[in-house]
Design a binder for this molecule. Sequence first.
Ligand SMILES: Nc1ncnc2c1ncn2[C@@H]1O[C@H](COP(=O)(O)OP(=O)(O)OP(=O)(O)O)[C@@H](O)[C@H]1O
Ligand SMILES: [Mg+2]
Length: 247
Amino acid sequence: MSLLKLKDVSLNYHSPKGETQALKNISFEVKENEFIAIVGPSGCGKTTILSLIAGILKPSSGEIIKNDDGENFIGYMFQRDHLFEWRTIWQNVILGLEIQKKKNAQNFEYLNKLLQKYGLYDFKDKFPRELSGGMRQRVALIRTLALNPKVLLLDEPFSALDYQTRLNVCDDVNNIIKNEKKTAILVTHDISEAISMADRIIILTPRPAEVKKIITLNLQKYGTPFNRRECSEFSKLFNEVWKDLEN
Ligand SMILES: Nc1ncnc2c1ncn2[C@@H]1O[C@H](COP(=O)(O)OP(=O)(O)OP(=O)(O)O)[C@@H](O)[C@H]1O
Ligand SMILES: [Mg+2]
């Protein structure tokens, strides 16, 4: 089932200095429980696509069809974790519930369960500065999950982490997304990351971004992102994506 569909979406930014065309006729669809990675040259329009899907921007032309009428269809996770340093981990993860006036026993129970399942329960009363970078990203993800969104938008969520941490957090985040049965759209500069996590990779051209190619991967059988990086098809896929990004 298609959960989300972009049909010939274009977007122009208007500013006093003039018009910037960011996206040109972008079309793709996202199926339920699918993991999509979007890769493209720097400044090509990747974040703009996520902003459109989140409803923060409206397309200049084309349409975005969401196959769902739930109010919290989308959850957004950014490059920086945006945790509030003066709030404890618990106070951070309930932030969305607080804003939407949904603090109740059932939602708290769900959050406690997530914290337990993903090794953060004992850190509930700590402050963000007491946690490692990887743990902080897990907290940020759990805060996003609190409102039970169907689709998670991840905008380079690992790029601020060092390489070793990044590999671990990839595995953790992937595990959480699969366990909680979420659909995910990941924007990344990192080709290896895209291959190790996604079901399909959407490759964009330089700005204004157009869809250059969509590659379907069949690496689920290898399990975790870490294991997928070790598989025999990996380097061939890497070269394919790399070449498409180069020219
Ligand atoms: N609010 C805005 N007003 C005008 N131009 C904008 C605005 N936001 C982004 N742009 C321009 O639109 C283009 C696409 O921006 P976008 O942030 O979507 O790219 P990106 O692929 O996410 O870039 P990066 O790789 O740096 O994250 C860029 O040239 C950017 O300068
Ligand atoms: Mg961006």
